[in-house]
Design a protein around this ligand. Sequence first.
Ligand SMILES: CC(C)(COP(=O)(O)OP(=O)(O)OC[C@H]1O[C@@H](n2cnc3c(N)ncnc32)[C@H](O)[C@@H]1OP(=O)(O)O)[C@@H](O)C(=O)NCCC(=O)NCCS
Length: 401
Amino acid sequence: MTIRRVSGEEILTLSHPLRAYAFDASPKVADHDELRRTWLPYQEGSRTLVVEEDGTALATATAIPMRQNLRGRVLPMAGVAGVASHPLARRQGHVKKLLHHLLDEAHDEGQLLSALYPFRPSFYERFGYVGVPAPRTVTFPVADLAALLRAELPGEVTWGRTGTGYDEYSAFLDRCLGEWHGFAVFPERRRVWVRDDDSRWLVTARVDGVTEGLLTYRIDDHGGTVHADGLLALSPLARTLLLQFLARHVDQVDRVSVVVAPGELPELWLTDLAVVCETRVTRPDHSAPMVRLLSTDALAGLPAGAGRCRVELTGDRWLAGTYLLDGTTGHLEVLPGTTGTAGGAATPTATLTAAGLSALAYGVLDPAEVVVRGLGAVPADAVGELRRLFPRELPYLHAGF
Ligand SMILES: CC(C)(COP(=O)(O)OP(=O)(O)OC[C@H]1O[C@@H](n2cnc3c(N)ncnc32)[C@H](O)[C@@H]1OP(=O)(O)O)[C@@H](O)C(=O)NCCC(=O)NCCS
């Protein structure tokens, strides 16, 4: 049994059949010419591994070299995708070995973070991942936006297809990456799929000539629904410009369904707006994303409150060790914490799993929640220190369009 990296045609012949069986309707004859045109080019630059025995692929997984904002710092991140094993080779430890191998390589390559969409969160919690919020889907009658039709707003919208508007779309995603905690982007060679696929309308909101928001969407029918993939707005004005654009569809469609960031409060967008806000998390298909730190280097320099705590990181091949986390300068310093007196005798000590530390770093769990979730042992004096070091913050892992 060997684990090796595959590229080009071998992705089609060894990895793709396992992925297709796991994630697509089947049985179906694979159209390799179509895959060579519409799928394979976008795999380039990603790391695809297979477990192979006697020429048969038993398991596969891919790491996409992405970038993600962690509390304002943009860091290299391994987006894990396409994890699948052969139906006759499941529960034999192949994927466990493969994920260790894949994340070892990502770690050695300098990826400091990792993220994925789990089929079952408990499976990935054992690999050190922790859940972050799922986006919300907001549905409302387009008629409820009518009040915006006559509003004078200082800004403009542009409208077209994702194919022609791609450059503005791509530049705006990079801007969101710099400004939005948790936001992640694909590498350019994969992101261009949105341009080449050209399957969505694209509307952008510009203020003083600068793009401040965008929406990609499709319309299912006359009298039907506008399905918007994601409303990305960096200001309330940009969001309102986009809603005003949607208001112009009042005599064309009945409803709007739009995906928004976890912290959005659409009930406050407009007076008389009747909204249904939904978060669906089901197994195995509608999952909330999961994330983890792959290195404590990800913590260095993050904005932090004035706390100080020793952390013993246990049970993890990438993070294990003892560190002193110091936020007294307003930015996190990660120092060796191995000596008994590191940080002073009175420095509190917490024991954390990789998932526990990742939950604190991404701002999704309070230290007291880390304890009740079984992700660490945090004595009362360390709870306050970790709270100061890692204030709660809501990440938005935007994926897809
Ligand atoms: C999920 C899947 C990838 C697991 O692959 P696998 O080769 O069976 O996994 P492993 O044998 O390496 O299992 C690793 C560990 O997870 C456990 N495990 C495996 N499948 C599990 C499941 N569905 N639920 C909970 N635990 C599971 C194993 O028992 C093993 O535990 P151990 O370390 O205590 O021995 C495989 O079943 C599959 O291809 N499923 C369909 C596609 C899919 O859902 N992919 C995941 C997309 S995120």
